[in-house]
Ligand binder design. Structure first.
Ligand code: HEM
Ligand code: HEM
Length: 206
């Protein structure tokens, strides 16, 4: 891919003329839609997840059910996004960025992809180990029936109960990892925007 900041075009005598600077390289429209859709859903889901404990009793169930539905939606969208990502090369980061920064961005992005899948998966595992799972079937947004993980749901209750706690703790710790990476992600984008004056934000908006 041509990453230079100017374009060349052949003139009638066969030489090349220098033209106006190219606009910054951008992600594909599909990558942008998936990025922002998933970002909004994840932020909403964190808000629902952390507020669940402080809600009046009769609000808890609808909130948690919505949390689970959004989470499963994120899982589906994240899998689609990974497929899109492996089949579409993203625009390379500007060459002016030091190599450590480019490397840090790649590592952070990889870990964010990991969390986009691991967070909903751990929530689903936690929910599948819930002792009342069999009597409270899951319906996405109250409409579409969605299964629990049979391998976990059908375990002996004596095994399942401690697993429920462990998967719950895993879900919480993955949430902490998300907060840290999210802060780095936003911090990195703001640094490039405000201090380096080399926007990466424009690469992710149409
Ligand atoms: C985008 C994906 C998800 C994110 C970002 C997320 C995040 C969170 C967070 C931050 C909490 C609060 C943890 C705490 O304060 O200890 C939470 C709790 C919880 N999550 Fe998720 N979650 C996601 C997906 C799921 C899924 C797919 C399920 C189940 C199918 C699920 C089930 C639960 C349950 C049962 C709780 C405990 C709520 C309570 O009783 O306090 N989560 N989640
Ligand atoms: C308000 C919130 C957010 C802002 C402002 C934001 C901003 C951006 C920007 C500007 C880029 C392009 C970076 C580049 O040029 O390479 C980007 C990429 C990315 N963002 Fe976000 N983001 C946000 C939320 C999130 C969330 C919640 C996640 C996932 C948990 C996420 C995951 C990613 C990933 C994985 C990439 C790299 C895409 C790739 O190269 O395949 N972002 N983000």
């Amino acid at each position: 891919m041509d990453t230079s900041t100017s374009s060349r075009t052949a003139t009638r005598d066969g030489t090349h003329a220098l033209y106006a600077p190219l606009p910054p390289a951008r992600y594909t429209r599909t990558a942008m839609i998936l990025h922002w859709l998933i970002a909004v859903l994840i932020i909403a889901n964190v808000a629902l997840g952390v507020s669940a404990d402080s809600l009046p009793d009769d609000w808890v169930r609808p909130f948690i059910d919505t949390h689970k539905s959004i989470g499963i939606t994120v899982l589906g969208l994240a899998l689609l996004r990974v497929l899109w990502r492996v089949s579409h090369r993203p625009p390379p980061l500007p060459r002016e960025f030091p190599s450590w920064e480019r490397m840090a961005a790649h590592v952070a992005h990889f870990l964010l992809y990991f969390l986009m899948i691991a967070l909903p998966l751990s929530g689903w595992m936690h929910d599948s180990a819930w002792k009342d799972a069999a009597t409270h079937p899951m319906h996405l947004f109250g409409v579409v029936p969605f299964p629990r993980i049979g391998l976990i749901m059908n375990l002996d209750p004596a095994v399942k109960e401690p697993l429920h706690d462990r998967f719950g703790a895993l879900h919480t710790y993955l949430g902490y990892a998300l907060y840290a990476l999210f802060a780095m992600h936003i911090g990195g984008a703001l640094k490039h925007e405000l201090f380096d004056r080399k926007s990466v934000f424009k690469r992710m908006v149409p």
